[in-house]
Design a protein. Sequence first.
Length: 172
Amino acid sequence: FFFYENDLLDLNKTLNDINKLPSDFSGIFWVTGATGDHEKEQNDLSSLKNNVEINYFHPLICLNQLQKKMIINQTSSFICVITSVAGLRGRYKRLFYGSAKAGLINYLSGLRQKFFGKIKIITVIPGYMNTAPFSENGPKFLISSPEKAAKIIYSGIKKNQQIIYINKFWRI
């Protein structure tokens, strides 16, 4: 087990680092994202590009490279990716972030078909987490703790769930 951290705005460095990884791992747990600033992205093409690269394009490229290095074993191989409830339906205030996350959710759906019976592809849709942006805003029943999320994700991986909703409300 190893922890790998990188800057997804530096795709070349990330891909070089991926190439240096061993080819004997059977699982990927992918966490990345930045909600961005919608108002700024409306008027600044560079900010919009960064949002789409961080939330969709670079994860897609990196996951594609990582899967080539995986050991394929139908009982233990998995790719688990945390996405966002924003990718389930469009919202004006997170238009670009939500669009990018929707693309990532669709990509994972395609991977699930491609690797059916070989690699478990797990999409995690957390909803609002009890972190700085949401700790004091919004209805409390929509906000989950990171500890609760970790337990649900771990349980979902063990149960071979394809889509894990941290808060059951978002399934509806």
